[in-house]
Design a protein around this ligand. Sequence first.
Ligand code: ACO
Length: 329
Amino acid sequence: MSGSPRSILRGIGSYVPERKVDNQELSEKVDTSDEWIRTRTGIKERRFAAKNENTSDLALEASRRALDDAGVSPEKIDLVVVATITPDMAFPSTACLLQHKLGIPKVACFDLEAACSGFLYALDVADGMLSSGRYECALVVGAEKLSSIMDWEDRTTCVLFGDGAGAAVLTKEGEGAEMIGFQCGADGSNPSLLHQPAGGSMQPASQETVDSRGHFLKMNGREIFKSAVRVMERAAIELLEKHGFDKNEVDHVIPHQANARIVESLSQRLEIPLDRFYCNLHKFGNTSAASIPLALDEAYKSETFKKGDLGLLVAFGAGLTWSATLVRF
Ligand code: ACO
């Protein structure tokens, strides 16, 4: 399918905080074990940001690396989109804080919240804004400090997540990977499957919301697992069909890095061999909106990626949201 010309992924970069926490260290704090975490999730370690290192700081490092990779200076950026569920504060947006830290001109900056699908949603939005002709060069970031909303009294969630950031520079034209298409969707019928109940207008912060641990992430892991595989499979197939590709033509799949078993199930259902899936979740855990760009950055710079390869990026997250993206590298 031809359609309107799509944007170019000019550069990519990522950053994880220095502090590495392996499963053994976690098991000294929480009633869990390295064996349980590894066999149920594939995660071996994750990174946690320092107390004074905020989401915008992680985003800053990743953005500097992406700008460097793209050979683009901050003054050229005319759009900043940050996907996150852990902004530095409710407002102003982390994108505005990042703009100032990077010395980007006074251009459009906003945050986008689609949980773990956030980075792919943000790519879709930025691509659309570039296609409108009113923007030239976008900085798209996925950044999270999930350690700030993890409940250390809930072993079913606190072992799963980590902190990190990834960023991409998109331009209307030039050298780089070509964005081919996007498929975003959502089903808001069951928000409590994965949510942070307090701190918004429904349950403003109070002593009661603190006592009930309402400011932490809560999840029904088993239900999310089932939905994740189903929605990612559907998004991937619909996107491939829309653009006239067969699944055998996909050279690389970059899935959301939540759980190795989810990735294995997706590989089976899509009938795309597991060795075409790129995974680094064993090192970083689930970093939500940062997960896809963190994996993409590593994968893209590895020797397995060749010019002309077709990449499928696919994610799911709280909402539920889901998203798939096709890229010609
Ligand atoms: N350590 C040891 N035991 C544990 C732990 C732990 N950390 N957590 C749970 N258990 C126990 C449970 O208490 C339960 O014990 P019981 O049988 O005595 O009751 C047992 O392990 C099995 O628990 P389940 O929840 O059934 O375990 P499951 O095999 O489903 O794995 C997991 C749990 C890893 C959370 C899985 O369901 C999953 O990965 N779900 C998807 C989660 C996900 O991807 N979330 C990200 C969404 S993206 C976003 O938007 C942030």
